[in-house]
Write a protein that binds this ligand. Structure first.
Ligand SMILES: [Zn+2]
Length: 292
């Protein structure tokens, strides 16, 4: 059998199930696998979105006890909160200058853990200051880019209505709802000075919005998602120092959302297919949120 192109992201079981301490990790070289480690996530120091194999992928860097960094990728970002302790399975190490830092992999699992002690002194880290903007939304664009769960290549021609899709890179036929969705986009708000601001949405901000507004059934329906954002009387947008939207929410107008967005949703004859569609979409989301 042909080996698929996943050399950068090998899927493998932890070869070393022994739990390591951070001190042991710091002694490791780069590209070493760390089977299990428990750590307290202290503070976020950076947010970025990078292009990986044709799709935008978000990363967030945290300081963890003691004095090392942890880069959390993609959907796992929603699983991690500052000030809490977690048990991470299957991380890898890399070098950042002269210090060893940790990074998640596609196989990483995150579980909450009993409190891990906090060091008496924190390594001075540059934390980007966040700005909270509360303004009406003037416009929104949300792009849902599917990625293959096996080779992680972004897909250009996936039809959400089809139950299966053949990966455009590794050619493996898979269930459509098994593909991983990465959101990107912009939200435009008008400042108090009347000047429009165009703010870049991150994947975690959009997923957090979907989760908090109980929109799981239309998460893959970009049009319904955008209509829901436009129906907000006021958006609350948290912007990182890097200019990325890291949290997105808002208050909904008195008018019920269900009547606002999609005309076809009121057609009774479509109710059966809609019900099954909504169910499969929700399952997909559960999968994405399983570590939350
Ligand atoms: Zn693939």
């Amino acid at each position: 059998m042909e080996v698929v192109d996943d050399l950068d992201f090998p899927r493998r079981q932890p070869t070393k199930s022994d739990q390591l301490t951070v001190a042991q990790v710091l002694a490791l070289g780069p590209l070493q696998q760390v089977g299990v480690i428990e750590a307290r996530v202290l503070q976020a120091t950076a947010n970025r979105v990078v292009q990986v194999r044709g799709a935008p992928v978000e990363l967030k860097v945290f300081e963890i006890c003691d004095a090392t960094g942890l880069t959390v990728w993609d959907r796992l970002i929603l699983s991690v909160q500052e000030g809490r302790s977690y048990r991470f399975t299957t991380l890898t190490t890399r070098k950042e200058g002269d210090r060893t830092v940790l990074t998640t992999t596609p196989s990483t699992l995150v579980r909450t853990a009993a409190e891990v002690g906090q060091p008496a002194t924190l390594r001075p880290a540059h934390t980007s200051s966040e700005e909270v903007v509360r303004r009406p939304v003037a416009g929104v664009k949300i792009v849902a880019k599917p990625r293959c769960p096996r080779c992680h290549v972004g897909q250009d021609n996936l039809a959400p209505k089809c139950s299966t899709h053949r990966c455009e890179r590794c050619a493996i036929l898979q269930r459509t709802n098994g593909y991983i969705i990465s959101y990107s986009g912009v939200v435009i708000v008008v400042g108090r000075d009347g000047v429009e601001r165009s703010l870049s949405l991150t994947n975690s901000a959009v997923y957090g919005y979907v989760r908090d507004h109980f929109l799981a059934s239309c998460a893959h329906d970009g049009a319904a998602l955008k209509e829901s954002v436009m129906a907000l009387s006021e958006a609350e947008v948290t912007v990182s120092g890097e200019g990325l939207v890291v949290r997105f929410g808002g208050s909904i107008q008195a008018e019920p959302l269900a009547t606002a967005p999609v005309g076809e949703s009121t057609q009774p004859e479509a109710s059966d297919s809609r019900a099954s569609e909504a169910e499969s979409d929700t399952e997909g989301l559960d999968e994405l949120f399983r570590a939350v």
